[in-house]
Ligand binder design. Structure first.
Ligand code: FES
Ligand code: MG
Length: 603
């Protein structure tokens, strides 16, 4: 239905791909254009402006989202880049998710954001789109939606915050939030001091300043070729960040002209590069879930990469980046020591350098265009190890399997504080959910020792719902006071990318699933975790396991039949987004996406 040249008046619009595609139909294609042009002119654009490629800019600013506080400035800079390269930039909003202000969890809303992003990219007449985001769930949601919409997309993250300082010690959200809180709980900090720390943990706009989920996803976006090298690490408040924004705007016009769409740019090799980077940076466990969801959106890659791929790549990838929570430094140090360009140069032997990027050049060509620079070892910002001198020889993120997690579970071995726990058997102390945990964890009579295995059930995708970051089960206060800082902890939930400890998460199937073995663990059961052997298992006889499962089925059935009608809502009866979520969310190893949004789902 391409509008034809008889309609000279509309040529500026009709020659514009964005305005031509996906016209809302008012019955007559030319009338639709006419109407559209009338309304866009109300915004004051000239015919010349409207004849340019239209670059949409997704604005996820919200006053509830300090991680995105610099977005207004970034939009200005992107617009400048677009316009310097001959395009017309038009920004529009999608929802904004901050980690700590999204109830019940930001993860619960990630898929909603991905739907918002996908549909708004599709709906509006953009030729290419710059996705501005940064906080943990934002970049995955945007990439999931962007891949599904499949118009040229370019990512621009808001960038990490600067570190703060307390008594001469640097601080940064949110690894130090947790460390200091644990110290306070154990009686090592008083109330005045913990309040002073609170003032300094997030001292500027931007995303968490450690290798948490936001930074991990930013590094992954660079590895995928969706962002310039410095894009992952330039501080939110830096002028470099603004220049990256300008460059991204300019790149967007080129990406449109070359029709660089995500389903074509991103290949299996791109994702293997991303996983290599994830392992080398000691990245967030959350990135595993997000990557599975992102890959699941890509018709050409879905099914060819799974949890085992992450483990296999881990076995040959050294941990090179010394950042909290696995190490000691902050994102600003990573940036100042060369950031992703230096890291990718180090990782070259493991990378697929032919993978394409949003500039239309390959990753190898992009790398060849920046000199391989290393800061001296003595430098205070030094935090990227040479390939041959890793911090940890391999497998910072490990996938475990066994009767406790037939669908898999994940542990960030590099963030374990007591390494002997990486091979450990102990008696389970089981909590039935977050509320039960809160009620009993600090009970002086709780039967628990440093060798116990803390198990938390029902914080999985469906269970809570929303898979909260509650997997960092606190050390019982009485043990904390004795100096215990780490224990083996297991759940079907997630942990913040900024958390450390010997913590097994994403156990699948989750406890809320009627078939789940995690769901039938009881106090005193012996649980074994062996990272070397990749095993997570429970030692109870088969007959007993079968008996417990049957008992559980009966219990669930009686709930369904109305035995507990007040508190039990059958998924098919839950209303609104919550109903959609409970009915459609997949397990962690599939990315906790909605089944109907995946490439394998309905077309
Ligand atoms: Fe937004 Fe950590 S809270 S990145
Ligand atoms: Mg986080």
């Amino acid at each position: 239905d391409a509008p034809n040249t008889d309609y000279d008046l509309f040529r500026p619009l009709t020659s514009n791909v964005g305005f031509r595609q996906s016209l809302p139909s008012y019955g007559d294609a030319h009338f639709s254009l006419f109407l559209r042009k009338a309304f866009i002119k109300a915004a004051g654009y000239s015919d010349d402006a409207l004849s340019r490629p239209i670059i949409g800019i997704v604005n996820t600013y919200s006053s509830f989202n300090p991680c995105h506080a610099n977005i207004p400035q970034l939009i200005d800079a992107v617009k400048r880049g677009v316009q310097l390269n001959g395009g017309l930039a038009i920004d529009f909003p999608t929802i904004s998710l901050h980690e700590t202000f999204a109830s019940p969890t930001s993860m619960y809303l990630r898929n909603l954001m991905s739907m918002d992003t996908e549909e708004m990219i599709r709906a509006q007449p953009c030729d290419a789109v710059v996705l501005i985001g940064g906080c943990d769930k934002t970049t995955p949601a945007q990439l999931m939606g962007g891949i599904s919409a499949n118009k040229p997309i370019l990512h621009l993250v808001t960038g990490p915050m600067m570190p703060g300082s307390h008594n001469g010690v640097r601080l940064g959200a949110c690894t130090d939030c947790r460390n200091n809180w644990a110290k306070f709980r154990a009686g090592g900090l008083d109330i005045e001091e913990i309040s002073a720390v609170n003032d300094e943990l997030a001292p500027t706009a931007g995303t968490c300043g450690v290798m948490g989920t936001a930074s991990t996803m930013a590094c992954i976006l660079v590895a995928l070729g969706m962002m310039p090298f410095k894009g992952a690490s330039a501080p939110a408040v830096s002028s470099t960040r603004l220049r990256i924004a300008e460059q991204t705007g300019a790149n967007a016009v080129t990406a449109f002209k070359k029709q660089l769409k995500p389903q074509e740019i991103l290949t299996r090799e791109s994702f293997l590069n991303a996983i290599t980077v994830l392992q080398a940076i000691g990245g967030s466990t959350n990135a595993v879930v997000h990557l599975m969801a992102i890959i699941g959106r890509h018709p050409g890659v879905a099914g060819s990469i799974n949890l085992d791929t992450i483990d296999e790549i881990g076995r040959k990838t050294p941990l090179l980046v010394d950042l909290k929570p696995s190490g000691e430094n902050y994102m600003t140090d990573f940036h100042n020591s060369g950031g992703m360009a230096t890291l990718l140069h180090e990782l070259k032997p493991l990378l697929y350098l032919d993978a394409m990027t949003v500039t239309g050049r390959t990753l190898g060509e992009e790398l060849a265009s920046v000199p391989f620079a290393r800061v001296p070892k003595e430098s205070p910002v030094y935090c990227i190890q040479p390939f041959k001198e890793p911090l940890y020889s391999s497998s910072s993120l490990v996938v475990l399997r066994g009767n406790l997690a037939p669908g898999g579970a994940v542990i960030k071995a590099s963030a374990s504080k007591y390494r002997h726990l990486l091979r450990h058997s102990g008696r389970a102390v089981v909590f039935a959910g977050s509320a039960d945990l809160t009620r009993r964890i600090d009970d002086p009579d709780l039967e628990v020792s440093a060798d116990s295995v803390l198990v938390l059930q029902n914080i999985g995708p469906k269970g809570n719902p929303g898979m909260p970051e509650a997997g960092l089960i606190p050390i019982p206060r009485k043990l904390g006071a004795q100096g215990v800082q780490d224990m083996l902890r297991i759940s079907d939930g997630r942990i913040s990318g900024t958390a450390g400890g010997t913590i097994v998460v994403h156990v699948s199937p989750e406890a809320a699933d009627p078939e789940s073995i995690l769901g039938i663990v009881r106090d005193g059961d012996i649980i074994t975790c062996d990272v070397e052997e990749r095993v997570i298992k429970i030692d109870i006889p088969d007959a007993e396991m079968k008996r417990r499962l049957e008992e559980r089925q009966k219990h669930l059935q009686s709930q369904r039949d109305g035995g507990n009608a007040q508190s039990f809502v059958a998924p098919e009866q839950a209303r609104g987004y919550r109903g959609l979520y409970i009915r459609s969310v997949t397990q962690a190893q599939q990315g906790a996406d909605f089944d109907f949004l995946t490439a394998a789902g309905p077309s």
